[in-house]
Design a protein around this ligand. Structure first.
Ligand code: TRP
Length: 375
């Protein structure tokens, strides 16, 4: 896959050029018209929308139009268990929760526990099972409404999902798969089939109920190739094309390129990290846009555009006025590198304390979230 696209569902490398992705993927930028429509329906705009963290979409206007006519959509997103959850993963989930709360809609959350098994040599089902349990706690800790949220675990719900997956798979050629994901002939056949499984939750509620329910998928932009295929196939099965809304990646601690990855532990903050670990990681490893000496920093100021602490605050500091003051003080040299790092540490520690408390309580709730077919 080395010479394939730089952003695929399994690999994001180098500095991501989002303008280029918008063109390559054929998605639409979120513009002020769609923002106004979302604000009208939701009563407010999430900071991720105001700040361009969610930056592109497919058919979001259709979903909003239908909603305004009284035709509610359902949400669909997911997590492939393979590793511990880090704060980059929380971005689409926090946004999904906001939509669920604001629009009072159902969420189908997929855990494709075969995906990373098929893609990573080092993973067996025992390890995947461990991360499945762990990852479900993180998802529950986000605070999704248990009455409106349904977990689908591919191997657990195989009986339910396999037929619709075959309906999809029958309508996808190998050449489409190769072109969409950059596979060559050494890819295993499970990898080729997998996208059919990821398309199933996008129409399962319609398939089960016999009604046509619009689907909205919030996800990080790297997942788009799956849903581009789903949008081609689903109308052939009598279901609407799923709509989607896409986030940028949270940059890794080490700098503004690529995305946060669990494979580089010093580049990521995990949801289970202690306050001490957060402090150490940010202070030692966060790429700084500051000047080498305090004297120079006071004179020239820092560069918030490349400064990881500032860039992360853009994701997690919800107060626009506070964020602007940090930006201006850092840029002018009034705020030092050590100070902006401490602001980030304090915010992350608070966020993780809340998350970890909710995560500890989630242990007893898993069963309430798992979809029961007879519902
Ligand atoms: N493929 C995703 C991952 O690697 C998991 C996933 C399944 C997903 N269905 C989804 C992500 C829908 C976003 C939206 O984690």
């Amino acid at each position: 896959m080395a010479n394939g696209p730089s952003v695929t569902p399994w690999d994001v490398s180098g500095t991501v050029n989002y303008d280029k992705l918008v063109k390559e993927f054929g998605v639409e930028r979120i513009d002020s018209a769609i923002l106004r429509q979302i604000e009208r329906a939701a009563g407010e705009l999430h900071p991720f929308l105001r700040r361009g963290v969610f930056f592109s979409h497919r058919d979001m206007n259709w979903v909003m139009n239908e909603y305004e006519k009284g035709n509610k959509f359902f949400l669909y997103t997911g997590r492939s268990p393979s590793d511990a959850v880090h704060i980059g993963h929380l971005v689409p989930w926090m946004f999904t929760k906001w939509i669920q709360d604001r629009f009072n809609v159902d969420l189908w959350f997929q855990f494709p526990d075969e995906e990373k098994f098929l893609f990573k040599d080092s993973l067996d089902f025992k390890k995947v099972g461990h991360f499945l349990q762990e990852n479900m706690l993180d998802v529950i800790a986000i605070g999704f409404d248990p009455k409106r949220t349904k977990f689908l675990v591919d191997t657990l719900h195989a009986n339910l999902m396999y037929k619709p997956a075959c309906e999809v798979a029958k309508r996808i050629t190998l050449s489409t798969i190769k072109a969409s994901f950059g596979f060559d002939d050494s890819a295993n056949i499970g990898q080729a089939f997998y996208t059919a499984m990821q398309s199933v939750p996008a129409f399962l509620p319609s398939y089960l109920s016999g009604r046509t329910i619009p689907c909205l998928i919030p996800h990080a932009i790297d997942q788009d190739p799956h849903f581009r295929i789903a949008r081609d196939v689903l109308p052939k099965l009598g279901f609407p094309k799923p709509a989607s809304i896409h986030s940028v990646f949270l940059p890794p601690l080490s700098g503004a390129a690529g995305k946060m990855s669990s494979s580089i532990p010093t580049g990521a903050i995990y949801t289970t990290d202690s306050a001490k670990a957060v402090q150490e990681k940010v202070m030692k490893h966060a790429f700084s846009g500051g000047q080498p000496t305090v004297k120079e920093h006071r004179e020239k100021g820092g560069n918030p555009e490349v400064d990881v602490p500032y860039q992360w605050l853009r994701f997690f500091e919800e107060d626009d006025d506070k964020l602007k003051k940090i930006h201006d003080d850092y840029q002018s040299g009034k705020m030092l590198t050590g100070e902006i790092k401490q602001v980030l540490v304090d915010l992350l520690v608070r966020l993780l304390e809340r998350h970890q408390a909710a995560r500890a309580e989630a242990e007893d709730k898993v069963n309430d979230y798992i979809f029961k077919c007879q519902e």
